[in-house]
Write a protein of this length. Structure first.
Length: 375
C-alpha cells in the first residue's frame, strides 16, 4: 500500500485576501522543507493533485440554501442571508474563486479518503485540508466547506468505522456538530479551552446525545499548557478509546497552531510533543487520513507538518544541505538547519494550574465516557 501526499502548487498559491491569516502558501514551504529534509522518491510516497469535489457530495453535510449563498457570493451577488451565514466578515471574506477553492479542498480530502477505503493507500496527507469549523449552514473560523464531514459521511455510508482525532488548538466544533448523535464515528478533540479561545465550545461535558452519547470527547486545556501536560492528557484518553473503538480508518486533523510561537492561540507546545502525539495517532491507525488544519506561524507550521509526514511515511528527516554555505534561508537564522525545537517546560504555579485542569477533565471523561465503552 502506498503513502499519498495530496498537493497542487497552484492551490498552494491561492489566498483568501492578502492580509488573511489562513495561508495556503504554508503548504508550499512544507514542500520545500520536505525536499530539504526528506528523501523524496517513489519508494516513500506518491503525489496526487486534488480534484474538485462532485457538487452533489456537498449535501452529505451542508444545506442547499447555504451552498447557494456560496455560489452567489462567488458571482459577486449579495443576499442579506449571507450575514447570517457568516459570509463577508474579516474571518470569512468573500473573494473571487472562493467556491471553487472550497470544492477543490473538499475534493482533496474526499479523494484521499477513497484511496484509503479501496486499500490503495495506508497513509494520506493533505496539508490544505481539515476545515473543521464549517457548519451545516454557515462559514466560520476561515472554513467555508467542511471537507472532513463530507469525506467521513461518505465512508460511513460505505459501512466504515471512523475515528476522528483533532489536535488543532481550536475545538473541532463543525465535526462535533455533524456526528453528535451517532456511534459510527468516534470524535475526539484536544484544544485550548473555549474560555480563552475561539470558538468558545468543546467542554468536557459535551459528550454526544442519543446513540452518540459517549462518542464525542473533548479535552479542553488551560491556556499555557506545555508538552508534558498535553501528552499526559492525550495518553490518558485517546489510546484507550481508539483501541476499544477499533476504527477502519482514522481521520487526524493535525493543525500546528498548538505551537508556542503561534500568533492566534496560547498553548506552549514544541515540536517534541507534536511529533510524539502524531506518532502515537499513527500507531493507533490501521489507515490514516491526515489533514493540515490550522497553523498561523508559517515557518513553524511547515516544519511541524514535515515532521508529521516523515513520521507517517517512516523516514527520519535529516538536513541534506548541512554545511553548505549560501543555501536558501527557510526562516529565522537560529531555526535554519533544524526542524525541531529545544524542549520547553512550565514551572511553578502555572504548571500546577494546567495539571489540575487536565486531572479534572480526565477524571470526568473516565467517569462518564469510559464506562459507555466498557472501559
Ligand atoms: Zn486551529
Amino acid at each position: 500500500m502506498e503513502n499519498v501526499l495530496i498537493y497542487d502548487d497552484q492551490l498552494a498559491s491561492a489566498e483568501y485576501t492578502p492580509s488573511h491569516p489562513f495561508k495556503p502558501v504554508r503548504a508550499k514551504l512544507f514542500m520545500e522543507l520536505l525536499h530539504r529534509y526528506c528523501e523524496i522518491s517513489d519508494e516513500h510516497f506518491t503525489m496526487k493533485r486534488p480534484e474538485p469535489l462532485d457538487e452533489e457530495l456537498l449535501y452529505l453535510f451542508h444545506e442547499r440554501a447555504y451552498i447557494n449563498l456560496l455560489k452567489m457570493a462567488e458571482r459577486g451577488e449579495f443576499s442579506p442571508d449571507m450575514v447570517q451565514a457568516g459570509l463577508g466578515t474579516d474571518e470569512n471574506p468573500i473573494f473571487r474563486g472562493m467556491f471553487q477553492l472550497a470544492l477543490t479542498i473538499a475534493g482533496g480530502t474526499h479523494g484521499g479518503a477513497m484511496l484509503l477505503a479501496e486499500g490503495t493507500a495506508r497513509a494520506v496527507f493533505d496539508p490544505i485540508s481539515g476545515l473543521h469549523h464549517a457548519g451545516r449552514r454557515r462559514a466560520a473560523g476561515f472554513c467555508y466547506v467542511n471537507d472532513i464531514n463530507i469525506a467521513i459521511a461518505e465512508l460511513v455510508r460505505m459501512g466504515r468505522r471512523i475515528a476522528y482525532v483533532d489536535i488543532d488548538v481550536h475545538h473541532g466544533d463543525g465535526v462535533q456538530e455533524a456526528f453528535y448523535a451517532t456511534d459510527r464515528v468516534l470524535t475526539i478533540s484536544l484544544h485550548e479551552s473555549g474560555e480563552t479561545l475561539f470558538p468558545g465550545t468543546g467542554f468536557e461535558t459535551e459528550i454526544g446525545i442519543d446513540k452518540g452519547r459517549g462518542y464525542n470527547v473533548n479535552i479542553p486545556l488551560r491556556a499555557g499548557t506545555d508538552d508534558e501536560v498535553y501528552v499526559e492528557a492525550f495518553e490518558a484518553v485517546v489510546p484507550p478509546l481508539v483501541e476499544r473503538f477499533r476504527p477502519d480508518i482514522v481521520f487526524a486533523q493535525i493543525g500546528a497552531d498548538t505551537h508556542r510561537d503561534d500568533q492566534l492561540a496560547h498553548l506552549n507546545l514544541t515540536s517534541n510533543a507534536y511529533k510524539q502525539v502524531v506518532s502515537r495517532i499513527n500507531e493507533l491507525s490501521p489507515r490514516i487520513m491526515a489533514m493540515g488544519g490550522g497553523g498561523y506561524n508559517v515557518y513553524k507550521t511547515a516544519a511541524l507538518w514535515t515532521l508529521a509526514w516523515s513520521v507517517l511515511i517512516g523516514t527520519e528527516p535529516a538536513d541534506k544541505f548541512t554545511g553548505l554555505v549560501g543555501g536558501m534561508m527557510y526562516g529565522p537564522e537560529a531555526e535554519a538547519g533544524s526542524l525541531e525545537d529545544l524542549p520547553f517546560s512550565l514551572t511553578g504555579r502555572e504548571k500546577e494550574l494546567c495539571q489540575a485542569q487536565v486531572q479534572r477533565v480526565v477524571e470526568y471523561i473516565k467517569k462518564t465516557v469510559f464506562p459507555i465503552h466498557g472501559l
